[in-house]
Design a protein around this ligand. Structure first.
Ligand SMILES: NC(=O)c1ccc[n+]([C@@H]2O[C@H](COP(=O)([O-])OP(=O)(O)OC[C@H]3O[C@@H](n4cnc5c(N)ncnc54)[C@H](OP(=O)(O)O)[C@@H]3O)[C@@H](O)[C@H]2O)c1
Length: 180
C-alpha cells in the first residue's frame, strides 16, 4: 500500500496540431498503432502482483464502447461528482483526483495514469502529483470540440520517437516531465 500523498501520476493523451483531443464525445481519428501503444503503456507492470490504474472523467468512460470497458488488466477509476452515478461495479468511482488516489492507496498499484478527458487534464496539469506527460502528437488538424490545455510552460520535453504512419496519418510519441 502507498501513501496517497507520495504517489505521482502520469498523463496520457493524443493531440492534433491544435491540441484537439476529441469531438462529440469520441476521437476524431482512428490510429490502431496509437491504441496499441496506449494499451501497452498503461498496462505494463514490472511487478506482476500489481496492476496499473487508469483515471478518467465520466464522459471519457462513457465514450468507451461498453464491450471494451472497463479497460482490461488495469484498475479503472471514473471521476464523477454525481454520487448516484450508476457505474459498472468493476470500476471505481471517485469524487476528485485526490479522493481517487486515496482509494487506490488501499490497492497494490504500480503506476497511475490520467487518461482524459479535457476536464480532467485541465486539473491534472496543475496538480503537484503530476509527473510525466506521454503525448501522441498527430501531425494534422482535425475538427475538435475538446482540447488539451496549454502545457508547454509547465513541462519539459525529454524524448521524441520516430514518426509513425497509420492510414496516412503521421504521428510521433513525445515524453515530457512536469517542471518542479
Ligand atoms: N485524445 C485523447 O487522448 C483523449 C483521451 C480521453 C478523452 N478524449 C476525448 O475527450 C472528450 C471527453 O472529455 P470531456 O472534457 O468532455 O470530459 P471528461 O473530462 O472525460 O469528463 C468530464 C466529467 O468528469 C467528471 N469530473 C471531471 N473532473 C472531476 C473531478 N475533479 N472530480 C470529480 N469529477 C470530475 C465530471 O463528471 P460528472 O458530470 O458526472 O460530475 C465531468 O462532467 C471525448 O471527446 C473523448 O473522446 C480524448
Amino acid at each position: 500500500m502507498a501513501n496517497a500523498l507520495d504517489v505521482k501520476f502520469d498523463l496520457v493523451v493524443a493531440c492534433d496540431l491544435n491540441r484537439g483531443i476529441g469531438k462529440e464525445n469520441g476521437l476524431p481519428w482512428r490510429l490502431p498503432g496509437d491504441m496499441k501503444h496506449f494499451r501497452e503503456l498503461t498496462s505494463a507492470v514490472e511487478d506482476r502482483q500489481k496492476r496499473n490504474a487508469v483515471l478518467m472523467g465520466r464522459k471519457t468512460w462513457e465514450s468507451i464502447p461498453p464491450k471494451f470497458r472497463p479497460l482490461p488488466n488495469r484498475v479503472n477509476v471514473v471521476l464523477t461528482r454525481n454520487g448516484a452515478y450508476d457505474l459498472d461495479p468493476q470500476a471505481i468511482a471517485a469524487e476528485s483526483i485526490d479522493a481517487a488516489m486515496e482509494k487506490l492507496s488501499q490497492l497494490e498499484i504500480e503506476k497511475y495514469f490520467i487518461i482524459g478527458g479535457a476536464h480532467l487534464y485541465e486539473q491534472a496539469v496543475h496538480h503537484p502529483s503530476c509527473n510525466f506527460l506521454y503525448l501522441t502528437e498527430i501531425d494534422e488538424k482535425f475538427q475538435c470540440d475538446v482540447f488539451f490545455p496549454s502545457f508547454e510552460a509547465l513541462f519539459t520535453l525529454i524524448s521524441t520517437s520516430k514518426t509513425f504512419d497509420d492510414n496516412g496519418i503521421r504521428y510521433c510519441y513525445k515524453k515530457y516531465q512536469r517542471n518542479k
